[in-house]
Design a binder for this molecule. Structure first.
Ligand code: UDP
Length: 243
């Protein structure tokens, strides 16, 4: 078995990743599958923090475009991330992994408040930390929450799980000429307007030199491969490996 490359990771799952083919809500089968993969890397001694989106339940921007107050809609979106976080916590604990959900919005009956030092302590003890409620602020996304938390806890990399195996020049599902990039710089992602992480999240990673790896979560074993440094997906850093 290959050596571990990253000891502390932040894994960002979109809400849609939990929905599976049904496209909405939470698929119990997907939860079990993802939890099993996370359990494998935890067993290898990798410290894992998770940020889960809420798009499978509620998206602030979508609701505000239909007339709802944006801030209220965003708070609803943040609550949706908590539902996903609790679902993932349950799935992980069923696999024997100890977890803690830390919420950016106080919800003390169901989650600990987000306290950075506490998050670090949990990680040191081998617990999976699930950051709920995004950044706690409207007008942000869980991609940005992932970048922010990754920085705060000193994660070595952000792993952004998607349904395709990396970043393409166009949507590979609809454009047969779409080419896959193995590595890109933050500036290229921003300048080309590639919709992999939102611009705020990408800039935050760029300013703090935190690598992002975009990879396909739908293939089993991929989380372990990325953690072991196998070049799957697309890595985004400050400078490219090959010219
Ligand atoms: N959200 C927010 N502030 C944050 C994180 C999330 O207001 O810091 C809200 C926002 O309305 C967003 C929703 O929560 O649409 C769900 O998050 P996101 O869209 O990032 O989820 P994903 O696309 O990853 O499923």
């Amino acid at each position: 078995m290959a050596e571990i490359k990253y000891r502390r990771i932040l894994l960002k799952l979109s809400g849609e990743a939990l929905a599976g083919d049904q496209g909405y809500g939470i698929s119990p089968d997907i939860l079990v599958a993802i939890a099993a993969e996370i359990a494998e890397v935890v067993a290898k001694g990798v410290e894992v923090a998770l940020v889960i989106g809420g798009g499978n339940i509620f998206r602030g921007l979508a609701a505000s475009s239909k007339g709802m107050d944006r801030a209220s809609a965003d708070y609803m979106g943040m609550l949706a991330t908590l539902m996903n976080s609790l679902a993932m916590q349950d799935a992980l604990e069923k696999k024997g992994v100890t977890t803690r959900v830390l919420s950016a919005i106080d919800m003390k009956q169901i989650a600990e408040p987000y306290i950075r030092r506490r998050a670090e302590r949990h990680l040191e003890k081998g617990r999976v930390v699930i950051f709920g409620a995004g950044t706690g602020n409207p007008y942000f996304t869980t991609d940005t929450a992932a970048s922010l938390r990754a920085m705060e806890i000193g994660a070595e990399v952000i792993l952004k799980a998607t349904k395709v195996d990396g970043i393409y020049s166009a949507d590979p599902a609809t454009d047969e000429n779409a080419i896959k990039y193995d590595d890109l710089t933050y500036l290229e992602v921003l300048q080309m307007g590639l919709q992999v992480m939102d611009a705020t999240a990408t800039s935050l990673c760029m300013d703090n030199n935190l690598p992002m790896i975009i990879f396909d979560l739908t293939r089993s074993g991929n989380i372990m491969k990325v953690v072991c440094g196998e070049s799957i997906g697309t890595i985004v850093t400050g400078a490219k490996k090959h010219g």
